[in-house]
Ligand binder design. Sequence first.
Ligand code: NAD
Length: 356
Amino acid sequence: MPTFTAHGLQTLTHLIATRMGSEKIEADEVADHLVRANLAGHDSHGVGMLPTYVRLLGDGLLVPNQTSETVLDAGALLVIDAKRGYGQRAAGDAVRRAIAKAKENGACVLAFRNASHIGRIGTYGEMVANAGCAFTAFVNVADHRDIQATWGAAQPRLGTNPFCVAVPGADGPSVMLDMATTTIAAGKARVAHNKGIPVADNCLIDADGNPTNDPGIFIRDKLGALKSFGTHKGSGLAIMCEIMAAAVAGGYGAFEPPRGGTLNSMLAIVIDLAQLGGAEETQTRIEATKAYVKSARPAPGFKEVLVPGEPEKAYTAARRANGIEVDDTTWQEIQDSAAKLGITPAEIATAIGANA
Ligand code: NAD
C-alpha cells in the first residue's frame, strides 16, 4: 500500500481538480478539503473521492466554477442554491457567509441546496468553531440510488445523511460530532471492498434484507443497503436530516428521481457564542463538561473515555508524522481517472514528489 505526504496528495489533487476545469481558488479548496479528510482518518471522504468526481464531471452532474444563487438573504436567514457546483467550494463559501451573518445578527440559519458532494461535514464544523461559533448541521444525500435502510425497513429509502455539531475550543474545535447516520459511511464500505476485508456486523443488509458482512454486495453489485445506526433513534435522526435538508432547506430529496449524481443539501445553524452566552463563559463550561465526561472510569477494553473529535485529532497528528496510506485499488482508480484527464504518469510522480 503506497504512503504519501499530505503535501504530495494535495498537489496531485490540485492538478486533477485543475484539469477537471476548476479555477485555482476552487482547486485549492478541493485539495485542502480532501487531504484534511485523509489526515483526520476519514479516507472515505479523502482523495479516494476523486474518481467519483471525474465520473460526475463526465456525466454533467458536477459543474466546476459554478456560481451559486443567493435565493434569500434576509436577517438571520441565508438560502443558497449551489446548482451542482463543486461541493467543497460552494459549501465553504456558503458557510463563510453564514459565519459573517452570525457575527452581525447573533445567529444564522443557512439553507444550502443542491451542491455536488460537499465531502466531510466536519470541515465546515471546524471553520465555524475556529470563528468562535457553534455549528449544527442536518445534511441529506440524494440523486443516487437509496442506500440507507431505516429502522424496520428491508429496503433503502435514504442516503447516508450526515449530522454534525461542533463547538469551539481555545485553538480550534473543542468537541465535534461528525457522522453519517448509517452505521458506517458508504465510503467506508468502498474502502473495505477495495482492501478486500469484510465490514463489521450490523452494518449491511443484502437485497433480501438479510444481514451481510460482504461489502462487495453493496459496492460491486450495487445491491442491499447500509443500516441506520442505533436502532430506532439513529434511524429517526436520519429521517430528520432528510426532512431538514430536503424539505425545510428545500434541497433535492430522496423521494425525487435520481440522475446518478451525488447532491448534498444542508440546514445549518451557526451561533455566535460571544453574543449568546459570552465567549469565555461558554468556553469554560464546554471544557468543564468535556473534562467531567472524560473523568469517568474507562469500561473494560477501553484505555480512556474520548469525546467526539478526539480520534480525528490523534489521527491527524499521526498521519502528519508518518504519511497517508492509500490502498492499492484506490490509488489505481485515482491514476486511471487522472489518465482520463490527460495527466501523464510523469506528472503524477512529480506531483506526489516521487521520481518519474
Ligand atoms: P465515524 O463513525 O468514524 O465517526 C463519527 C464520529 O464519532 C466522529 O465525530 C468521531 O470523533 C466520533 N468518535 C469515533 N470514535 C469515538 C470514540 N471512541 N469515542 C468518542 N467519539 C468517537 O464516522 P462516519 O459516520 O463513518 O463518517 C465519516 C465521515 O463521512 C464524516 O466526516 C461525515 O461528515 C462524512 N459523510 C459525508 C457525507 C456526504 O454526503 N457528504 C455522507 C456521509 C458521511
